[in-house]
Design a protein around this ligand. Structure first.
Ligand SMILES: Nc1ncnc2c1ncn2[C@@H]1O[C@H](COP(=O)(O)OP(=O)(O)OP(=O)(O)O)[C@@H](O)[C@H]1O
Ligand SMILES: [Mg+2]
Length: 284
């Protein structure tokens, strides 16, 4: 089976006009995203993440190189049908309600009737905008709600590939955790998820594989498991060890020739502490 996304020597140069030169946004990018994978695009601001995504979608024409989506040339109707997209700074008509927005996306994908109505309700529930929230105009939505409405829109046609450009930007910790859980759920349903994010802890929680871009070029690529596991060190986390025993353990390790890099009480992640501090029903 062809990969979800395949690019070869993909390049994008923007001409700035009026003799102001050019910007090389993406340079010689070779990428292969397998089906069913959660793939993270990382990199500093301006490193070419959004530009690469737009070329895969066919919204931008590459200066050179090629991109394929499920075996179809990027930009063709067959390729576009495979992808649901949440852009980086989505612009939504503020007078539409969440339900109307999702329905509008569905109509753009050629859906309609009872099937679309049912799908809209299902998706609003999935992104926690069911009931009253889904009927309110978007101008009354918070940033997190808008992002979730956009996500529901991206999922309306049940695409094989979901591409999310910074889905958690500006979303609070509980909201970003929900988006992370949603990405996991999509993976469980066999979907491919390609997303960019600056929140590295969250990428770590959810991505199978990542690439790191820098000035349009690939710096690193690999499975998180392989990139992050430090096989030259060993770590134990234990409960119920008396203080004198700890000292003995320390002494024993030193005697064995181990260099002790870190020892002590573990620290909770701020995200977990923050969520634990909120009233229970708001943690989700
Ligand atoms: N339409 C455009 N015209 C000119 N230059 C552009 C255009 N779009 C992007 N660029 C430039 O291309 C480079 C890559 O931009 P891109 O938006 O892909 O980066 P990014 O990795 O998505 O950054 P961020 O993390 O800020 O979203 C930047 O130098 C940017 O200024
Ligand atoms: Mg971007």
């Amino acid at each position: 089976m062809s990969p979800a996304v395949l690019t070869g020597s993909l390049r994008k140069e923007f001409k700035l006009g009026w003799g102001r030169g050019r910007v090389l946004a993406v340079e010689g990018l070779d990428l292969e995203v397998k089906r069913g994978e959660v793939f993270g695009l990382l990199g500093p601001n301006g490193s070419g993440k959004s530009t690469a995504m737009k070329m895969i979608l066919g919204l931008l024409r590459p200066t050179a190189g090629q991109a394929e989506v499920c075996g179809f040339r990027a930009g063709t109707l067959a390729a576009r049908k495979q992808i649901g997209f949440l852009p980086e700074n989505p612009y939504f008509p503020a007078f539409l309600s969440g339900a109307e927005l999702v329905s509008y996306y569905g109509k753009l994908c050629g859906m309609g009737g009872k099937r679309l109505e049912a799908r809209v309700q299902e998706l609003l529930a999935l992104v926690r905008l069911g009931g009253e929230a889904g009927q309110r105009p978007l101008r009354t939505y918070s940033k997190g709600m808008l992002q979730r409405a956009g996500l529901a829109g991206a999922l309306v046609s049940d695409p094989e590939i979901v591409m999310l450009d910074e889905p958690t930007a500006g979303v609070d910790p509980a909201g970003s955790r929900e988006i992370r859980d949603l990405i996991r759920e999509l993976k469980q349903r066999g979907k491919t998820v390609i997303f960019s994010s600056h929140l590295l802890e969250q990428v770590e929680d959810v991505a199978d594989r990542v690439i790191i871009l820098h000035r349009g070029q690939k710096l690193r690529e690999g499975r998180l498991e392989d990139l992050l596991t430090q096989t030259t060190e060993w770590q134990v986390r234990a409960r119920g060890l008396r203080e004198d025993r700890r000292k003995e353990l320390h002494a024993w390790l030193v005697q064995q020739g181990a260099e002790i890099m870190q020892e002590g009480f573990p620290r909770e992640r701020l995200e977990d502490f923050f969520l634990r501090s909120l009233p229970e029903k708001e943690r989700r």
